[in-house]
Design a protein around this ligand. Structure first.
Ligand code: GLC
Length: 465
């Protein structure tokens, strides 16, 4: 029942995974055609980045219809096929839910009778957008300012409004009824805003721990206690399904205790992203400190399932950021990710050590520069990496030196290592126990298995008693 306790989730950035119709953009039939790779690898579930209708200012994270599939990706029947085909291979499908904001082209935002579904003010306060600049935009038609915690084309919904809550209950049920195993919830820590829209205080140095400094402490535009009520409401919906569905929340907090709070008392999110871990520097002291503080904050409650990830579609990939392209370090990182207790997310390409790809200015597509971590998957050394028969929407990396097909043929490759580690993960039992290790070394036990991460060699050693 609680399959996610020890799960490997695989993040599919749909636009860049596999293209079936040669328009240069990945799609659902393409994804289905590559499920055998994921089954061979041994993942438990996939999380697909948004596949719903969108003008793509923020590539799917600006939704214009929560119940319709973006035509470039396919149809609702393709989603049904995906769920069925993945299910046949023992793989569950999680969709991305984007509740904090819609697209400014969503009919709700254009409907005068739904003004109160969004956050408006007569006077902008000091809040800044997560993407930089003021979080307020003047709407001439309305004569007031609307809130956008991201792009100005992404107006924030007003989660104090019961109609908004009821509408999202329906959206959740629509997809859950269709058979999806749950959701990755975008900005799960941000839905409800301060009722009085009070100014945020200035940042202190410990607030600037993410790669994108904000200049102020997000107190009133994010992380409000009332957001936990919304998560509890969704947990009740998820738990009422058979089998129960899973909520994986994108939560970006620094303190392990704050992170753990999003699990509630087993009545909020099942899995919570740990960005403090993702942004830790790649050396044994900072990594082990974050891991141990996270485990301590979570405790041994039955719902406590930590989650580890090194890459995603928003920040530099770990083989670049942590490992500077050194495959010995990539081996270390994969071993760490897949032997820590709990669940783990691999981002597409992590299994072959895919790096960020430099994207020349004229080919950039993302307004805030996240293209290097979003380039197409390297399936083979063939033209266009086996990703598309057309012109890929973003440039390819060095797919001749690093791709799935070649690594499949080489038992010593990162791909085979990842597969072996996933198999090992399924056997690992027991809590994390720190062991004494020399300098530059991080050793821990899981039951009768000892993991030694030697950052100086660098080398990872696993001893099974
Ligand atoms: C999340 C997504 C990111 C998106 C943002 C706004 O952080 O992961 O890609 O731009 O939310 O929706």
């Amino acid at each position: 029942m609680t399959w996610w306790r020890n799960a490997v989730l695989y993040q599919v950035y749909v636009r860049s995974f596999a293209d079936s119709n040669d328009d240069g953009v990945g799609d659902l039939p393409g994804l289905i055609s590559r499920l055998d790779h994921l089954a061979w690898l041994g993942v438990d579930a996939i999380w697909c980045t948004p596949i719903t209708a969108s003008p793509d200012r923020d590539f799917g994270y600006d939704v214009s219809d929560y119940l319709a599939v973006q035509p470039i990706f396919g149809t609702l029947d393709d989603v049904r096929d995906l769920v069925a085909e993945a299910g046949r291979r023992g793989i569950r499908v999680l969709l991305d839910l984007v509740p904090n904001h819609t697209s400014d082209r969503h009919p709700w935002f254009r409907d005068p009778s739904r003004r109160s579904w969004y956050v408006w003010s007569d006077r902008p306060n000091n809040w800044v957008s997560g993407f930089g600049g003021s979080a307020w935009e003047y709407h001439p038609g309305v004569g007031r300012w609307y809130l956008h915690n991201f792009l100005k084309e992404q107006p924030d919904l007003d989660w104090w409004n019961e109609e908004v809550r009821a509408e999202f209950d329906r959206i959740l049920r629509f997809w859950l009824d269709l058979g999806v195993a749950g959701f990755r919830v975008d900005v799960a820590d941000g839905m409800v805003k301060d009722r009085w829209l009070r100014d945020n205080p200035p940042a202190s140095p410990e607030d600037e721990w993410t790669p994108r400094p904000r200049g102020q402490r997000f107190v009133f535009n994010r992380y409000r206690p009332e957001t936990h009520e919304v998560l509890r409401r969704w947990r009740r919906i998820a738990d009422a399904y058979r089998p129960p569905r899973v909520l994986l929340g994108e939560v970006m907090v620094r303190e392990p205790e704050e992170w753990a709070a999003y699990y509630g008392h087993g009545d909020e999110l099942h899995l919570v992203t740990n960005f403090r871990f993702q942004f830790a520097s790649f050396e044994p002291v900072s990594l082990s400190e974050v891991v141990e503080a996270s485990l301590a904050a979570l405790g041994d409650a039955p719902w406590a399932v930590p989650l580890w990830h090194g890459s995603n579609h928003d920040f530099s990939r770990f083989p670049t950021r942590w490992c500077h392209g050194d495959d010995r370090l990539v081996r270390l990182a994969l071993t760490m990710l897949l032997t820590l207790p709990g669940a783990c997310i691999l981002y597409q390409g992590d299994e072959i050590g895919m790096e960020d790809v430099p994207v020349p200015p004229e080919r950039r597509r993302d307004p805030v520069g996240r293209d290097p971590e979003r380039t197409p998957m390297h399936w083979s050394g063939a033209v266009n990496a086996g990703f598309t028969g057309g012109e890929p929407w973003l440039p390819l990396g060095d797919h001749r030196s690093r791709n799935v097909a070649d690594q499949r043929r080489d038992p010593g490759s990162l791909l085979h290592l990842t597969r072996g580690l996933i198999r090992l993960k399924k056997r690992l039992r027991g809590p994390y126990e720190r062991q004494p290790g020399g300098s530059g070394c991080w050793r821990y036990r899981r039951g009768s298995t000892t993991v030694e991460l030697d950052f100086e060699a660098p080398a990872a050693r696993i001893a099974e008693a």
